[in-house]
Design a protein around this ligand. Structure first.
Ligand SMILES: NC(=O)c1ccc[n+]([C@@H]2O[C@H](COP(=O)([O-])OP(=O)(O)OC[C@H]3O[C@@H](n4cnc5c(N)ncnc54)[C@H](OP(=O)(O)O)[C@@H]3O)[C@@H](O)[C@H]2O)c1
Length: 329
């Protein structure tokens, strides 16, 4: 069994670590989170099924040897560098939910190059994945193009019920904010769904399409009636979620478009991929894919694919296809 480290014990990290133990996909041998309320706590108090005797460490230095690390700390590559760099230096395979890591060359090319070099030099491997970015707007539509001989446009639509997601997600899509606060947060950055542009860049590069600048937009959606959410009831006139869009086109008119909606009180959650060209392809997932369940699953299911790839910095297009893993009996 692989020895696995969990780095970051927010809601996602705890879910991943718990699922790792429940599915017996490896042996959890250590966990880190510097949050003052977590350091030193028995891990089994935070993660059901975690081995007795493990305590939350404040930093990576105190962790035992391992083959794999799961990193669920931040959406931003610059925040994750002090974690990725030493883990790759130890030759680990690192799977992370960091959104920018799904296509790090878009905004962080120098950091991406540094990580790639570090990984190759020390036999480490690094992959950014998750439900989105990682799968629904990247790996899934890319695979769908396999049966297409002419691609004119590729559109992915994701409409989800924000109220059933973990609380940090509900906060980052603005549930309960006033319009003014939403505008202020949106202008400040690090708000809303991260990774839409990375998904466009992943698709364009993986399909060999040279696209022009990526256009993106974000707008709030207001509640018309009291709407339940994990952050309390949302009063009419306050934000019940958001709509985001990213779009890019090639000089010869091929287009990539991603539409993302996360709403409390969402009536028809769904995921869909629509490719025009020949043949036309429509994939529909009625009800949509639950983002937190899927992210935890894919981070774990990706481990064997990453270990099977050569050392270096990877994407969902450079590792062997990720598929369900059964785990030890
Ligand atoms: N790609 C995808 O599809 C996908 C899906 C779901 C989530 N995500 C991303 O995954 C990340 C985790 O989600 P979450 O809801 O669990 O976020 P969260 O609530 O922000 O949890 C992150 C945890 O990591 C801790 N942390 C920060 N720096 C650390 C470090 N250097 N070492 C160890 N732990 C550290 C944080 O501690 P403090 O509180 O002290 O900072 C916090 O407890 C987020 O960035 C989220 O956007 C991606």
């Amino acid at each position: 069994m692989w020895r696995i480290l969990q780095v970051g014990l927010g809601p996602l990290g705890r879910q991943v670590a718990g699922e790792l133990c429940a599915r017996r996909l490896g042996r959890l041998v250590g966990a880190v989170d510097p949050h003052p309320e977590l350091v030193g706590k028995p891990l089994s108090e935070l993660v059901p099924g975690a081995p007795e005797g493990l305590r939350v460490a404040a930093g990576l230095e105190a962790l035992p040897d391992a083959e794999v690390a799961l990193v669920t700390t931040s959406s931003w590559l610059s925040d994750c560098m002090p974690i990725f760099d030493p883990l790759l230096g130890r030759g680990l395979a690192v799977v992370s939910s960091c959104e920018e890591l799904c296509w790090p060359w878009l905004r962080q090319a120098p950091l991406a190059e540094a990580l790639a070099e570090r990984a190759r030099a020390r036999g480490g491997r690094l992959l950014g994945t998750g439900v989105n970015p990682g799968f629904l707007m990247d790996a899934l539509p890319l695979v769908a193009t396999a049966v297409v001989r002419e691609l004119r446009s590729l559109r992915v639509e994701r409409v989800q019920d924000a109220a059933c997601r973990r609380l940090p997600f509900q906060q980052k899509v603005g549930l309960g904010l006033s319009l003014e606060d939403f505008a202020e947060r949106a202008a400040g950055g690090r708000f809303g769904h991260a990774g839409l542009e990375e998904s466009i860049a992943f698709l364009a590069n993986s399909l060999g399409l040279e696209v022009g600048p990526i256009e993106s937009s974000m707008e709030p959606v207001l509640a018309e009636r009291p709407t339940p959410s994990g952050l309390g009831s949302i009063a009419p006139g306050r934000v019940r979620g958001l709509r985001q869009r990213a779009f890019a086109r090639t000089e010869d008119g091929r287009s990539l478009e991603l539409r993302f909606e996360a709403l409390a009180g969402c009536e028809a959650p769904r995921d869909g991929v629509h490719i025009t060209g020949e043949p036309e392809i429509r994939l529909e997932i009625p009800g949509g894919v639950h983002g937190d369940v899927a992210t935890s699953a894919i981070l774990l299911n990706a481990i064997p694919s990453l270990l099977a790839a050569p050392p270096g910095l990877h994407t969902m297009a450079s590792v062997p296809p990720v598929r369900w893993q059964r785990g030890a009996p």
